[in-house]
Ligand binder design. Structure first.
Ligand code: NAP
Ligand code: HSE
Length: 429
């Protein structure tokens, strides 16, 4: 009689409870796919009295350390945050367990250290659920595209902000009202900072960039702007020009092939771009690879059951490796590309200015662009009382040149107000 593979869960909340339920319900099928029985031996939580649908109360414990040190074949960490998750994972690796985690914050900060430890101890470290929940994305980047050269990733990797921006676009509502609605519906947390200020997307961008460009990238390497300053006027202007506004996570190789730029910020995307049709809380990542060309991964980025699908996929992968006596692919950081600043990013811009409606003003404004070597692509002028509203789209230039142009414009007496400034991405598809 073969002994079953043992799994323990650290965390039994939104994701953990769904994993526990599905693991038990589907044990027979999963065992058949793995080639050996698999059994759930414990679930560590904080509050043992809380009711958890489909989780056998006999499996619950508050002693996460004991489970982490149990030597289970697979330890699944779904507590979240840095501590105690990091220490528990280190303990589990040291005790010979393979790790499955959904923890983007931890991986984006301490991924290299955990990978090294796992490699030293000969165990697996899988984290498909850490980016874009249910969407198979990290495995395709690490394995299916391992023979190609990824040039650029553009992703909508945060459901909360995509829900807010989609609602602002469809209803013309302002940011504060839609945020309150998102909180009432349970999409946004009571403290929405991690989502709306782009921290969550930045952690995910770091993980994606690391895998795509074979380089160690942490959250601190990611340029970050959130959506809290996006106004209803920005959205209306974008709509009138044939664009939508999305919070994008972008990772790209620099033209000299020696560096990468990783950034998270709101951007105008043409309505014809596949990412423009990603609405509500859905996620999608658009990948451009040298040989494969363009492709998009789309689906649910959050939710207990969808995210549990990714976690279970990783459990099966780690379990199959145990049965075969092998290990999955380790982290690849051989390229060690330099992380370059946002100033080197090459992007187009949209500017919304309120200017004096007098002769010579347009010439003065266009000379400010010329001074910084930024080429104007299109200008639209509307009367606004005694002033004029100017919408300007630029050709691509480095972000540093565009920022310098904006600074010059904001000091010019002819410019009454710089109402909106936004990068434009996803030009030609
Ligand atoms: P959650 O609902 O807050 O669950 C966290 C769980 O950890 C709870 O069961 C909690 O116990 C338990 N816990 C907290 N501290 C503990 C400790 N010291 N010892 C033992 N147990 C402890 O979080 P979640 O939404 O499931 O998220 C888990 C992870 O998945 C995070 O890394 C998150 O980023 C990631 N993730 C979540 C989603 C999603 O849609 N929710 C999607 C993708 C990735 P109690 O239940 O007793 O409070
Ligand atoms: N807060 C995240 C989101 C959950 O809104 O997408 C999934 O990581």
């Amino acid at each position: 009689m073969v002994s079953p593979l043992s799994v323990v869960l650290l965390g039994g909340g939104t994701v953990g409870a769904s994993v526990a339920k599905l693991l038990v319900e589907q044990a027979q099928d999963l065992s058949a796919r793995i080639g050996r029985p698999i059994v759930l031996n414990g679930v560590a939580v904080q509050d043992i009295k809380k009711s958890r649908d489909g989780v056998d109360p006999k499996l619950l414990t508050t002693d996460a350390t004991k489970l982490a040190q149990s030597g289970a074949d697979i330890v699944v960490e779904v507590i979240g945050g840095i501590e105690p998750a990091k220490t528990l994972i280190e303990m589990a690796i040291t005790h010979g367990s393979s790790i499955v985690t959904a923890n983007k914050a931890l991986l984006a900060e301490h991924g290299a250290h955990l990978h090294k430890l796992a490699e030293e101890k000969g165990v697996d470290l899988y984290y498909e659920a850490a980016v874009a929940g249910a969407i198979p994305l990290l495995r395709p980047l690490r394995e299916s595209l391992a023979g190609d050269k990824v040039m650029r990733l553009l992703g909508i990797v945060n459901g909360t902000t995509n829900f807010i921006l989609s609602k602002m676009y469809s209803d013309g509502a302002n940011y504060a009202d839609v945020l309150a609605e998102a909180q009432a519906l349970g999409y946004a947390e009571a403290d929405p900072t991690a989502d709306v200020e782009g921290f969550d997307s930045a952690a995910k961008a770091a993980i994606l960039a690391g895998l795509a460009f074979h380089t160690n990238v942490t959250s601190a390497d990611v340029y970050r702007e959130g959506i809290s300053k996006v106004t209803a006027a920005d959205i209306a202007a974008a709509k009138s020009l044939g664009y939508v506004i999305k919070l994008l996570a972008i990772a790209e190789i620099t033209p000299d092939d020696l560096g990468i730029i990783v950034r998270v910020h709101p951007a105008m995307v043409p309505q014809s771009h596949p990412l423009a049709s990603v609405r509500d809380a859905f996620n999608a990542v658009f990948v451009e690879a040298q040989a494969a060309g363009q492709m998009m991964f789309y689906g649910r980025g959050a939710g207990g059951v969808p995210t549990a699908s990714s976690v279970l996929g990783d459990i099966v992968a780690a379990a199959r490796n145990r049965v075969a006596g092998s290990l999955g692919p380790a982290q690849s950081t051989y390229a060690d590309l330099k992380i370059r600043g946002i100033g080197e990013a090459v992007t187009a811009y949209y500017l919304n200015l309120r200017v004096a409606d007098e002769s010579g003003v347009l010439a003065a404004i266009s000379s400010a662009f010329a001074k910084h070597d930024v080429s104007i692509q299109a200008v639209r002028q509307d009367g606004v009382g005694d002033d004029a509203g100017l919408i300007i789209r630029t050709h691509k230039a480095t972000d540093a040149k565009l920022q310098a142009t904006v600074e010059t414009l904001s000091k010019m007496p002819e410019v009454r107000d710089v109402i909106g400034v936004m990068r434009v991405e996803g030009g030609a598809v």
